[in-house]
Design a protein around this ligand. Sequence first.
Ligand code: FAD
Length: 451
Amino acid sequence: MKVIKRYNFKGWAGISKTRSRYYIPSSTNDLKKILFLANANGLKILPVGSQKSYFDTIYNNNNIIISMKNFNKILSYNKSKNIIEVGAGLSLTKLINYIVPKKKIIHSIPGSPEISIGGAISNDVHGKDSFKYGGFCNQVEEIKVLLSNNKMINCSLKKNKSLFKAICGGLGLVGIIISVKLKLKNLPSNLLSTQVIVCDKITDQLKVFNSNKFDYIYSWIDCFSKKNKIGRGVVFASNFSKTKKYKNMESHINLKLVDKFVFYILKFIFLNNLVNCLNFIYFNYVKYFKSKSYKEDFKESIYTLKKNNLDLGRLSSPKGFLEFQILVPEKNQNKICLDIFEICQKLKIHGVLVGGKKIKKSNGYLSFCDNGFTFGITVINSNFKETKNKFKIIYNYCLKKRLKIYLCKDFFITKSHLKKIYPNTNKFLNLKKLYDKKELFISDFYLRAIK
Ligand SMILES: Cc1cc2nc3c(=O)[nH]c(=O)nc-3n(C[C@H](O)[C@H](O)[C@H](O)COP(=O)(O)OP(=O)(O)OC[C@H]3O[C@@H](n4cnc5c(N)ncnc54)[C@H](O)[C@@H]3O)c2cc1C
């Protein structure tokens, strides 16, 4: 087992460094040794996957981080039952590469498929089809967990149900996910037929999302548009296509060079506060010039961010970024969205890359997934204190309206706030007390916002 005694790292948002002991075990025996060592030395543990979470849900300062990256095997595949069992450290990308050629899919793939299965469960992540299928945990048949007392236990909606609800969206605070049985579906087609729908205001976007006519749907929102154009943007809505073949229209010039060029232009725009201009150009380009429908390879559609050079971690470096992602329930959806965009404009919160999705309720006690429309507002970190004060105003609004804030992207939530927007927090804490009596599993986020 590899051990790094002094491991310094940052979350994906690049905000503040943390130092931990970093273990990379290869077997459950290695894991048991780490549990023993932690108990013997009064240290605390946090398991992590691909470390794509933004901030302190993956920090365990001066304690132990366990990387699950070696638990990355496909353990069994039952074609007729559509069930696959995989190690918790397997990436979604590897899972997709294995199942798509077999004409199978999994629902609720998030914007970053490089994440691990354990991470996908611990944040109950959502994707472009989560309005139909709920979060990733809805795709889970059974989870095998190693508890702090060294016992291995299986949980599902049928077996040890409350443990299952605590593990789903449980932020690595209840036990270590070792392996998972996942439910697959048949892939209807390798091709998506995508419509590009330009919306002049947020009301129009919400109407498209709430029509529920599509297999996959997401949007881009222009946070700078004002007055009757607030929340204008573009919705990308896809259905599986019945057409068997399509012509790839992409040009064959040296894309690597073009990509590099686009990346550095975007980086310059983001770091120099020029997103306002970029949004204006992009919106009008799509409205007046871009074709309003296209065919797309299903597998390629999973990598929308990567394909478009939108790696915010690298684009915002070295400054880093801050984000809040909220869930707006169906009641008063339009008014709440308008309020938030207006507050952001008053506060000069210049959101870059604002994306929208619709999601559905899930089972986890701390799961973000609930019925409603979600969007995240990201700002480049130029003055941390000032941004914190501005975000506090938004957070107070969210508290008043009881809007959930996505925990894996959160920077500022407090304990009292969390309990109000996640009403099952006490149920989660009771389960944690039951299964992790010595409080072996903690994170900096746990100390800041839950305990
Ligand atoms: C570019 C980008 C786009 C994104 N888009 C979306 C999106 O569209 N939808 C969405 O929902 N999220 C999105 N996210 C957030 C991301 O999907 C989540 O943060 C996800 O949980 C990260 O998974 P990971 O494997 O990197 O886990 P990590 O970040 O390493 O860990 C996440 C949590 O899981 C726990 N954990 C990890 N492995 C285990 C294990 N084996 N046992 C117990 N606990 C474990 C950790 O303790 C931590 O609390 C995005 C992130 C990025 C970087």
